[in-house]
Design a protein around this ligand. Structure first.
Ligand SMILES: *[C@@H]1O[C@H](CO)[C@@H](O)[C@H](O)[C@H]1NC(C)=O
Ligand SMILES: *[C@@H]1O[C@H](CO)[C@@H](O)[C@H](O)[C@H]1NC(C)=O
Ligand SMILES: *[C@@H]1O[C@H](CO)[C@@H](O)[C@H](O)[C@H]1NC(C)=O
Ligand SMILES: *[C@@H]1O[C@H](CO)[C@@H](O)[C@H](O)[C@H]1NC(C)=O
Length: 345
């Protein structure tokens, strides 16, 4: 592998990079990939991959967008609502340090890239990979392997090379942070691997399903995001400590559970995200809409951190008393309805 160009290094220093997920900034670029314009947004290790595999970059741009979208959807009802992910590639402390929130984003981003590449293989978008032959196991009775499965192994391999690139290049902060980011990326890919499932399509006269064609397919990334959200809630706090010959991620005292390859891990405790604090990457929850009848994280009680809320009445106009008129239209009246909205103090 050659040395990265000096220009690229200068740009990276200028951006002050230390985020392994800096490539999420690609979300803003067009899918039409332009090497001279876009590859240099990446850290040196990724730069090589970008130049050698230009054809996968559109999948990676889409993965970056999907990660941003899904993170914000998954956290819409939480104090930390993932809006800071839109600052990519220049993140704040909430995503640059080893927080629980950063753990979720690293895992989701890694899964998104692997899934995107696996799908692109199957759709024939990538000349260097294919859907290949069906699995070795025999198909279920009455069915046969066919169609084109998502190429998970290729997605995992190339995806890991890409997302772990910056961690391996040594640009991603302290060794402990790099180990945590690598671990969480691997969790994202493991969750994705576990979700590979057999999907079938029926053939036969008038939908009789006398012949079934099956292939191995991956679920929508939304399913992976919701799985990772549960793992975020159960994430383990770890330290990077010498155990025998190597440094490893060990759970903090009092947390006897060993770290498994399916646990998200974090190094530092997050703030409560109740009040603005730029040093900690907290935006606070003032002016966030809350739900007075909810008992979950979007309840006015929890979201507003006990500060209380203001209630506004909003008038909305709606179509109402609609009637069908011969022939052929629907006539409605306009009605006003008042709607209460609650917003955190
Ligand atoms: C890529 O972007 C650069 C800078 O904007 C531009 O000069 C160049 O023509 C573009 N190349 C292609 C192939 O679009
Ligand atoms: C995935 O793509 C690689 C590279 O083209 C190919 O060798 C392999 O057979 C494919 N595997 C599956 C399971 O589709
Ligand atoms: C997320 O929270 C921030 C800070 O409170 C707020 O400014 C932003 O509008 C919120 N985003 C969404 C989509 O609710
Ligand atoms: C508020 O929470 C309740 C209970 O969880 C739910 O049924 C309702 O749809 C929520 N309202 C809004 C506006 O989200």
């Amino acid at each position: 592998m050659g040395r990265p160009a000096a220009g690229a290094i200068a740009l990276l220093c200028y951006l002050g990079l230390s985020a392994a997920i800096q490539w999420l900034g690609l979300a803003g670029s067009g899918v039409a990939w332009n090497e001279s314009q876009h590859c240099r947004l990446l850290v040196p290790e990724q730069l090589q991959l970008c130049r050698r595999h230009l054809e996968v970059m559109p999948s990676i741009v889409r993965a970056a967008r999907r990660t941003q979208q899904l993170c914000q959807q998954s956290f819409a009802d939480m104090r930390w609502n993932c809006s800071s992910i839109q600052r990519a590639p220049s993140f704040g402390p909430d995503l640059l340090t080893g927080t629980r929130e950063a753990a979720f984003v690293h895992a989701l981003a890694a899964a998104a890239v692997a899934q995107g590449i696996a799908r692109s293989c199957a759709s024939g978008e990538l000349p260097r990979c294919s859907c290949g032959p069906g699995p070795a196991e025999p198909p279920a009775p009455g069915s046969r392997w066919g169609g084109c499965g998502d190429n998970l192994s290729h997605g995992l391999q190339l995806g890991a090379a890409f997302t772990d690139g910056s961690a391996r290049a040594g640009t991603g902060g302290t060794p402990g942070l790099r180990a945590v980011n690598r671990h969480n990326g691997a969790v994202g890919r493991a969750v994705l691997s576990d979700s590979l499932d057999t999907r079938c399509k029926c053939h036969g006269v008038s939908g009789s399903c006398s012949v079934k064609t099956c292939w191995k397919g991956l679920p929508d990334l939304g399913e992976i995001a919701s799985d990772l959200k549960s793992r975020y809630l159960a994430a383990l706090k770890v330290t990077h400590r010498l155990m025998g010959p190597r440094k490893q991620l060990i759970t903090k005292e009092g947390d006897a559970r060993p770290v498994t390859e399916m646990d998200l891990v974090y190094l530092i405790s997050s703030p409560d995200y109740c009040t603005p604090n730029p040093q900690l990457g907290s935006l606070g929850t003032q002016d966030r809409p809350c739900n007075r009848s909810s008992v979950g994280s979007d309840s006015c009680d929890l979201l507003c951190c006990g500060r209380g809320y203001n209630t506004y009445t909003e008038e909305v106009q709606e179509r109402c008393h609609c009637r069908y008129r011969w022939c052929c239209s629907v006539v409605c009246r306009r009605c006003r309805r008042s709607l209460e909205r609650h917003v955190c103090k």
